[in-house]
Design a protein around this ligand. Sequence first.
Ligand code: MG
Length: 203
Amino acid sequence: MKIICIGRNYADHIKELDNVKPTEPIIFLKPDTAVLLKKQPFFIPEFSNDVHHEVELLVRINKIGKHIDQKFAHKYYDEIGLGIDFTARDLQTKLKQEGLPWEKAKSFDGSAVIGNFLKKEVFEDMNNIDFSLKKNGKAVQNGNSMLMMWKIDALIEYISKYFTLKIGDIIFTGTPAGVGSVKADDILTGFIGENEMFSIKVK
Ligand code: MG
């Protein structure tokens, strides 16, 4: 399986990091070694002093496809989940300044939290899904899929121009505002609506 991540998909997050609004989705990948399942703790890597949480809606692909038209994209996924795209912000800033790829800052071991999934049928509208992240019980990030610059079906069309999507692949759809540093002993709990999707301890 592969993990395809979207950068800068929420206007409020672009603003908080002072980034330029993209004219096309920004894509990067995480390898399978980045996966952190929901019962495991997250260990802050020794190469960063500023690891940020980015809570994101996840889309699980259930059918192989390439060059998928937006209007058929809904046939290629049946579950929506929640995860964290952990980011070594200090390292990412340095790589961005040097014009280098982000992988070391974004795709290291444990950087992709994959929580629970809910069947698509649970949702009335894919473009109106509320989600949030609490740090030590306090809400730090709130988002809704309606605020995505590129919605789920548009992302599937765009990604599948470049990468064949296969069963089990997961799309991280981008983070809303409220990203911030984590430290040892933090507890990060993610929600879709009222449903708890993961709870991660930082070490
Ligand atoms: Mg992200």
